[in-house]
Design a protein around this ligand. Structure first.
Ligand code: SF4
Length: 251
């Protein structure tokens, strides 16, 4: 019985890989491409299993920043670069009370803005960025937060990570959000080998279906914060360990 079932499992895994090869292949097979497509399909199978486990084990609603409007979300995410969310949440109530919309923040004095956010890392640069971004929102976007990555990355202080957070959380668009926690988890389970955020984003976008990318980003990020720590990952408590290259001693 066991042999029959193990044969069936091998067969179904092959079928899964074939199915995923069709989905993740972005060009017709060419000479030398077949192996690459198959390897990518195997990674897609790991990605699919990881998504199922992450989705099952984490709450449906995950929010790292407690904000009340699109504008507040954008500004808070700009402030959160290389800073803890807790530090951001400590300064933003006073910031948004004094400057509740893009026009008000664009007209604020730089020294006053710096004074409010000075406990946040890189506060001088961030103060200038949020003031300039607010001015651009007021002048070019009718004080609304734009809904495309291309438009968002034209705003001062907004990189691809921030832009993906915005399009994923505010506009329910496909979004792969790469930060240090996310990058660590996806590398350890073998979905990418890269440390370059843009390359990681592209690698994961090929493996995870668009409608699942935002949820995958949020849950993998949370997994990195809570279990897959940088120095001492809690591998014995980790529900991804059967997929993990680090846990299996392959790294
Ligand atoms: S088994 Fe350990 S290293 Fe691997 S994903 Fe889980 S916590 Fe991270």
């Amino acid at each position: 019985m066991n042999d029959i079932f193990s044969w069936m499992n091998v067969g179904s895994e092959k079928l899964e890989i074939k199915r995923l090869a069709a989905r993740t292949s972005h060009s017709a097979p060419r000479h030398g491409c077949r192996e690459t497509c198959k390897a990518r399909a195997k990674r897609a199978l790991v990605a699919e299993k990881a998504f199922t486990l992450l989705d099952k084990n984490y709450p449906k609603e995950i929010s790292f920043l407690n904000v009340k409007s699109d504008f507040q979300l954008l500004i808070s995410v700009i402030l959160s670069a290389r800073t803890t969310d807790r530090q951001v949440m400590e300064v933003v109530p006073a910031l948004f009370e004094k400057y509740p919309n893009p026009l008000a923040l664009s007209q604020g004095k730089l020294q006053d803005i710096m004074g409010i956010i000075k406990s946040v890392g890189f506060y001088r640069v961030k103060a200038a960025n949020i003031k300039q971004t607010s001015a651009k929102l007021a002048e070019e976007f009718a004080s609304r937060v734009p809904c495309t990555i291309e438009e968002l990355i034209t705003l001062p202080g907004v990189g691809r990570k921030t832009a993906n957070v915005v399009v994923g959380s505010l506009f329910a668009k496909p979004a792969v959000i790469v930060d240090t926690h996310f990058g660590r988890v996806v590398r350890r389970i073998g979905l990418t080998e890269s440390k370059n955020p843009h390359k990681i984003e592209n690698d994961i976008a090929l493996l995870i279906p668009e409608e699942k990318q935002y949820r995958f980003s949020m849950t993998a990020n949370l997994h990195g914060r809570e279990i897959c720590h940088s120095r001492k990952p809690l591998c014995t408590a980790c529900f991804l360990k059967s997929l993990c290259k680090k846990e299996l001693g392959n790294r």
